[in-house]
Ligand binder design. Structure first.
Ligand SMILES: [Zn+2]
Length: 158
């Protein structure tokens, strides 16, 4: 608020003086640039580097301590990609993905499914039908030891 008031004052001065308008405009643009740089720095500090390369970092901010970006949760190297088949639980989703197991006798592959529960931080908020990437973490509850780290394909965009 204080900075905006200063800007208004400088604009009024420029109207009064008339000659130094260009100089003052340059100063204003400089101020705006420094503000943007500060915001970028803040954003880079807010989103923590979790050690896994990610294409869609979360746009929202949350206060969840079990969030890998804004909390203190560490993720492990193992990641999987799968479909959210349930989002009815609080901050938890069920993720399922397909894998192939070779049957030696018939020399063919059999489809099998893996289904795990994963923590769903409020900043990511994955929903039913989303295609997500999950990473292994410490056990968060009796049946949860994965966390959603990004949404690869949202169901709403289709
Ligand atoms: Zn978060």
């Amino acid at each position: 608020m204080v900075q905006t008031q200063k800007k208004d004052k400088s604009n009024n001065d420029s109207e009064i003086k008339g000659k130094k308008i260009n100089e003052i405009n340059n100063e204003n643009t400089n101020i705006v640039n420094t503000k943007q740089n500060k915001q970028n720095k803040v954003m880079s500090k807010v989103i923590k580097n979790i050690g896994i390369p990610i294409t869609n970092p979360p746009k929202n901010v949350c206060n969840d301590p079990k969030c890998p970006y804004h909390g203190s949760l560490k993720v492990r190297k193992k990641t999987y990609e799968g479909l959210v088949i349930s989002d009815k639980m609080d901050k938890t989703v069920t993720v399922r993905w397909q894998r192939l197991v070779k049957i030696k006798k018939y020399e063919r592959y059999e489809k099998r499914y893996s289904k795990v529960k994963a923590h769903n931080p409020p900043c990511i908020n994955a929903k039913l039908g989303d295609y997500v990437r999950i990473a292994e973490t410490r056990p968060l509850s009796k049946t949860k030891h994965f966390v959603v780290i990004e949404i690869l394909k949202s169901n709403e965009n289709k």
